[in-house]
Design a protein around this ligand. Structure first.
Ligand code: APR
Length: 173
């Protein structure tokens, strides 16, 4: 294992991160939405949606499954790629933690295949998908720490508000 990248936490906007890969909290349609998804498409411009449409026309015809990740251009963002990950909607009845972990593992794997050395994640599933941010932080940090991150020099979580920042800070080993 090479030098493990330490996980960085920042308060800020994911669309402003100057990294190789920005991870999008997408939905299975890959056709945009609100929150992170809306910001990435608004700031990144139409190229991103055009590539998402091609993916839907191609082997992601039925849409991207929950937990899966796929890359497109980052358009006008200060990044090289966007990796679109579909987080699970929080459920009281069903434990979907492994799907939330998969989002992070699969995003890292897709980024590694691209040759990315730096990556920024939002707090996936903690907005519209209603996952309690303290629990999501624990799952996200554990998933990253369980992955082979030796090729990454920066693994950053970009938190939009103080509550999310504190949750991730408390979840760090
Ligand atoms: N930068 C960083 N974090 C952000 C930003 C931003 N510009 N905008 C919102 N967030 C934070 C939210 O505060 C929340 O903590 O990202 C987290 C994830 O929230 P959502 O974007 O709502 O994502 P999610 O909960 O995974 O729901 C995904 O929402 O936007 C739709 O199309 C998307 O259907 C999908 C669903």
């Amino acid at each position: 294992m090479g030098v493990m990248a330490d996980i960085e936490l920042v308060r800020g906007d994911i669309t402003e991160q100057e990294v190789d890969v920005v991870v999008n909290a997408a939905n299975s349609s890959l056709l945009g939405g609100g929150g992170v998804d809306g910001a990435i498409h608004r700031k990144g411009g139409p190229e991103i949606l055009a590539e998402c449409r091609k993916l839907r026309a191609g082997h992601h015809g039925k849409g991207l499954k929950t937990g899966q990740a796929v890359a497109t251009t980052a358009g006008r963002l200060p990044a090289r790629w966007v990796v679109h990950a579909v987080g699970p909607v929080w459920s009281q009845a069903e434990d979907r933690s492994s799907l939330l972990a998969d989002c992070h593992r699969n995003s890292l794997a897709v980024a590694a295949e691209l040759g990315a050395a730096t990556i920024a994640f939002p707090a996936i599933s903690t907005g519209v998908y209603r996952w309690p941010v303290e629990d999501a932080a624990r799952i996200a940090i554990a998933a990253v720490n369980d992955s082979d991150t030796s090729r990454f020099s920066i693994i950053r979580f970009v938190l939009f508000d103080q509550r999310a920042y504190d949750a991730f800070h408390n979840a760090l080993p």
